[in-house]
Write a protein that binds this ligand. Structure first.
Ligand code: CP
Ligand code: NVA
Length: 310
């Protein structure tokens, strides 16, 4: 029996869960990952179905959700705008009503955050944000779990953000507010974060720097993202000019903590937002980040569908 509309918990942005729930999720992720590495079968989601709706391209999000759901015993329906009526103007509310009567969980990658919120408001089942123009919460879950694996708690630490004030930057700010760390952010003029869009109440969780070197000074983690996110391709040329000094290189890593990590959600463009030396260098944990998408999302799906285990 599916729950009545409105009773599901959704994961549309970081502040949908509390700090204490993230502590639980990261511990579950550790256990679930360890079982996977030991080839132990763990299938709590037998007979459960995840619908994935993609209105933008994806490699990591698709594979991590799909492989993760199969590993937990469930199944997946993969939909795109081109092969559904979403691309033919069926209202998102109607799509939500229909799909959520047939599946147990929905993951959506789309453009405006307002669209996924409209979907969730009419869904009988939990909805997960697989990236919108405003947020990418599953990626930040993976990034923070990766930080914890390598360096322990992120509480009280400094994360340097170099580049666009985009969905990843907004999500780092929300995570800083919820989990108690600080973001040092440097963007080119005109590409700043907007705290209202980022959805943060406490401006003390971040500091803005004109120069990316200043943002990296003393940071425990340096991170960046593409200069042009999906949906903004028409601005590509003007962005290439504006962002030329916002390339994470060895000099920026040298002013961070000696054991600072480098992260990038991927896909990366070597020679644009990051040099090949940094991306492929010893401080980079980008492949762990990508793998951890699957493990954190398995813990998230388990939590949204089954609640706390044990
Ligand atoms: N990082 C990330 O979300 O990658 P994809 O766009 O490949 O899903
Ligand atoms: N900011 C990027 C992230 C891709 C995973 C985008 O939205 O295209």
């Amino acid at each position: 029996m599916k729950p009545a509309p409105g009773l599901s918990r959704h994961f549309l942005q970081i502040k949908d869960l509390r700090a204490e729930e993230y502590g639980y999720l990261f511990e579950r992720t550790r256990i679930i990952k360890s079982r996977f590495k030991n080839y132990e079968r763990y299938q709590p989601l037998v007979d459960r179905t995840l619908a994935m709706i993609f209105e933008k391209a994806s490699t990591r999000t698709r594979v991590s959700f799909e492989a993760g759901m199969y590993q937990m015993g469930g199944s997946v329906v993969h939909l795109t705008t081109g092969d559904t009526h979403l691309g033919r103007a069926e209202p998102v509310e109607d799509t939500a009503r229909v799909i959520s009567r047939m599946v147990d969980l929905v993951m959506i990658r789309t453009y405006e955050q307002a669209k996924i919120e409209r979907f969730a408001a009419h869904s009988r089942v939990p909805v997960i944000n697989g990236l919108t123009n405003e947020y990418h919460p599953c990626q930040i879950l993976a990034d923070i779990f990766t930080f914890i694996e390598h360096r322990g708690s992120i509480q009280g630490k400094t994360v340097a953000w170099v580049g666009d004030g985009n969905n990843m930057a907004n999500t780092w700010l929300q995570a800083a507010e919820v989990m108690g760390f600080t973001v040092h952010i440097s963007t080119p003029g005109g590409y700043e974060v907007d705290p209202a869009v980022a959805g943060i109440a406490d401006r003390s969780c971040y500091r803005v720097f004109d120069h990316p070197m200043q943002a990296c000074e003393g940071a425990h983690l340096v991170t960046t993202d593409v200069w042009t996110s999906m949906g903004y391709e028409a601005q590509n040329e003007e962005r290439r000019k504006a962002f030329v000094d916002w390339c994470v290189d060895d000099e920026m890593m040298a002013v961070a903590q000696r054991d600072a990590l480098f992260m990038h959600c991927l896909p990366a463009h070597r020679g644009e937002e990051v040099t090949a030396e940094v991306l492929d260098g010893p401080q980079s944990v980008v492949w762990d980040e990508a793998e951890n998408r699957m493990h954190v999302q398995k813990a998230l799906m388990e939590y949204l569908l089954l609640g706390r285990i044990g």
